[in-house]
Design a protein around this ligand. Structure first.
Ligand SMILES: Cc1cc2nc3c(=O)[nH]c(=O)nc-3n(C[C@H](O)[C@H](O)[C@H](O)COP(=O)(O)OP(=O)(O)OC[C@H]3O[C@@H](n4cnc5c(N)ncnc54)[C@H](O)[C@@H]3O)c2cc1C
Length: 454
């Protein structure tokens, strides 16, 4: 096989030139673009798929704030606006384990469209960023590919919100990525129709009685113990039984997980029951295999639900998420790395761009913010090393493994998105580098936008 070919040099047309460019439109990128435009910068938002929202709309994860309990001290900002806008449009339902409502994944596509248009962001869907344009250490733009062909988009400041730190990677800034075997699992989300919801709820209340102490098939979980007796919409034993009875084959033993909300039409949404290990989401061969194996596991899971779970006897597949869900891939090596100690000890920092409750879910920890504890998020964890004009938000910010499991949550991604988008707008307007940005004026602008920074 030929190992490589040389492509001919070519002239690339410039599609757009802007002050702030945001790449990726998940909770981080959508928020960064809205915040940048509201701060007065001409802003372009690039997204590889046909809708904004990232994991929320593309994977089908609706539990935007399932960490919120009576004693939670929560962040404020554009993330909270998403909840209010979705509720006002009738796109929310009660979330079963918390003081929050889920956001309908289809409805949020429309919410995101409206908020982008209202903020005056220039959107570009179906545009995959494949490369960067650099002059020395300074990032000047990106190359996108789509139906219009290969085009350049130039910008004074760029925000990488791709989840996988694609821009950081292409720009040559340092990052870490754990070995495949250690990365958090990937998931094909699915939904089912044909559920007798009243019958299922009776089964949950009288027989299943699930709590967080039931978690553990796919990971050992350390809690604060206060979580152990709390209700959690989690099922594991039925899948173990299905496996023993041969309904689920031997090689699919990790099937277990959570349900979320039901519609009036008897649909079970956000079935998060397929958890597959050993896949690197920056490798196309891996994600191809994970999509195919994940869909197979979802079909086995539905078969098991039909056999053993009252209310699911007539369950049938309704949808698969439009793409695989990734929890962890590249994490940038920023000017500051947020640590486990910071998030578990209510860490404070002079360059705070927002707060997030002490909520950890993954990599062996489950801590719910029931007691009002929270940490501040440092601006420095969004700044990559060695590349100028670039800032990062979302699940790929600079954090250790445990800090990542809290900062990857959608609401926290919205907080870092608002910080990065606002910083990018201020830096572009004042023509200063991210390092030289006046932190006090960044914090004052964020506070004026309703963000809680302390
Ligand atoms: C199965 C699963 C369940 C989860 N459950 C919860 C939960 O219940 N609650 C919670 O708060 N969090 C949950 N999470 C975590 C959370 O959803 C993610 O960590 C969060 O969405 C990350 O936000 P983000 O904006 O950084 O990235 P993403 O949401 O991944 O968005 C990245 C965006 O960038 C786009 N993009 C990527 N690369 C490019 C490129 N090269 N060019 C152009 N566009 C690009 C993508 O299409 C996407 O729109 C879950 C995650 C998974 C996978």
């Amino acid at each position: 096989m030929t190992n490589a070919i040389t492509e001919p040099g070519r002239e690339t047309p410039v599609l757009l030139e802007t002050e702030v460019l945001v790449v990726g439109s998940g909770p981080a990128g959508l928020t960064a673009a809205i915040a940048s435009a509201r701060t007065g910068a001409r802003t372009v938002l690039l997204e590889r798929y046909g809708c904004f929202g990232g994991v929320l709309t593309q994977v089908g994860v609706e539990s935007f704030a399932w960490y919120r309990h009576e004693g939670t001290v929560d962040c404020e900002g554009i993330g909270r606006e998403y909840e209010r806008r979705a509720k006002a449009l009738g796109f929310t339902r009660p979330e079963p384990q918390s003081r929050s409502e889920v956001i309908d994944t289809e409805g949020f596509k429309y919410v995101a469209d409206r908020m982008i248009v209202e903020a005056g962001v220039t959107p570009l869907l179906h545009s995959l960023v494949v490369d960067v344009i650099k002059e020395g250490d300074a990032l000047r733009g990106v190359i996108v590919e789509g139906k219009s062909g290969r085009r350049a988009v130039l910008a004074r400041r760029i925000v990488d919100c791709t989840g996988d730190a694609d821009v950081v990677h292409k720009a040559g800034a340092p990052y870490t990525k754990r070995e495949k075997k250690d990365l958090m699992g990937v998931t094909v989300m699915f939904t089912c129709a044909g559920i007798d919801v009243a019958r299922f709820n009776r089964f949950v209340e009288t027989e299943l009685k699930p709590t967080y102490a039931d978690w553990g098939k796919n990971w050992d979980v350390i809690t604060d113990e206060k979580e152990d007796d709390m209700f959690s919409p989690y099922m594991e034993e039925v899948f173990t039984r299905a496996h023993a009875d041969g309904i689920i084959p031997g090689n699919a033993q990790s099937i277990a997980g959570t349900w979320s909300s039901f519609t009036d039409a008897g649909e079970a949404l956000q079935l998060n029951m397929v958890y597959a290990f050993g896949f690197d989401s920056t490798n196309v061969r891996d994600i191809t295999r994970a999509e195919i194996e994940g869909r197979q596991q979802a079909i086995w899971a539905i078969d098991a639900l039909r056999h053993y779970v009252p209310g699911f006897e007539n369950a049938r597949l309704r949808t698969f998420g439009m793409t695989l869900g990734t929890r962890e891939s590249r994490l940038i090596q920023g000017k500051v790395r947020v640590s486990k100690e910071h998030v578990l000890n209510q860490g404070r920092c002079a360059d705070s761009i927002g707060i997030f409750p002490e909520f950890i879910d993954g990599s062996g920890y489950l801590i719910l913010p029931t007691t009002g504890r929270y940490y501040q998020i440092p601006y420095g964890c969004q700044l990559p090393q060695r590349v100028e004009n670039l800032i990062v938000a979302g699940r790929c910010i600079s954090a250790d493994v445990i800090a990542h499991t809290t900062m990857r949550n959608m609401m926290c991604c919205a907080v870092t998105g608002q910080g990065a988008g606002t910083a990018a707008a201020l830096a572009a307007k004042a023509d200063v580098g991210f390092d030289a940005l006046d932190i006090a004026s960044l914090q004052a602008t964020l506070t004026a936008q309703g963000v809680r920074i302390d």
